[in-house]
Design a protein around this ligand. Structure first.
Ligand SMILES: Nc1ncnc2c1ncn2[C@@H]1O[C@H](COP(=O)(O)OP(=O)(O)OP(=O)(O)O)[C@@H](O)[C@H]1O
Ligand SMILES: [Mg+2]
Length: 177
């Protein structure tokens, strides 16, 4: 089986986790070995103790990229719904995959901040607006949108299923299915 890392980057509440799990369910049903490395779970264990400074966000992304690359090199489809706000952090992960000849695909879940802040799954946008937290990606912390992602998803214009289908089509097109 061909492994690959599929990174879903985007703002909080963009739909990264939702789309990743929807796709994972389908890939598993088709018999593909599939893992989801979700940002929240990772921060509880692998990245416990890291905060949200630029440096810590970078470290978090490198750790996740390292594990994803290992799994992918053993034939696993690794879906990574993690914000990864900095272009250079994502680029470093991409380069290490390239050096190991492991497929790496970048999907930008490009839901606009206005839509994300309405969804506000974790209440972060409301807390930021109320002055209870600061450093929220896309609001008062940077989000460097990918200039040339392998796929851009406008989740405000399509269903979760349609987005999962689009990512699956990308995998097929790149020969990793
Ligand atoms: N078309 C859509 N595509 C994706 N999600 C949608 C869509 N319409 C509504 N939603 C809802 O938007 C929310 C997206 O939340 P989700 O946890 O997936 O975001 P996230 O990008 O993982 O955010 P975070 O970075 O905070 O983890 C979910 O509650 C989902 O049901
Ligand atoms: Mg998420």
């Amino acid at each position: 089986m061909t492994g690959a890392t599929i990174w879903l980057t985007g703002l909080p509440s963009a739909g990264k986790t939702t789309i990743a799990y929807a796709l994972a369910e389908r890939l598993r049903a088709e018999g593909h070995r599939t893992e989801v490395l979700d940002g929240d779970e990772i921060r509880e264990f692998l990245s416990a103790g890291l905060g949200f400074s630029r440096e810590d966000r970078h470290t978090n992304v490198q750790r996740i990229g390292f594990v994803a690359g290992l799994l992918a090199s053993h034939g696993v489809k690794v879906l990574v719904p993690v914000i990864a706000p900095y272009a250079d952090s994502r680029e470093a992960v991409r380069k290490r995959h390239a050096a190991a000849s492991t497929p790496y695909l970048e999907v930008h879940v490009a839901t606009p901040v206005e839509v994300c802040s309405e969804r506000d799954v974790k209440g972060l946008y409301a807390k930021q607006a109320a002055g209870e937290i600061s450093g929220l990606t896309g609001v008062d912390d940077p989000y460097e949108a990918p200039a040339a992602p392998d796929l851009r998803i406008e989740s405000q214009h399509q269903s979760v299923d349609e987005s999962a289908t689009a990512v699956r089509a990308l995998l097929a097109e790149r020969g990793v299915l």
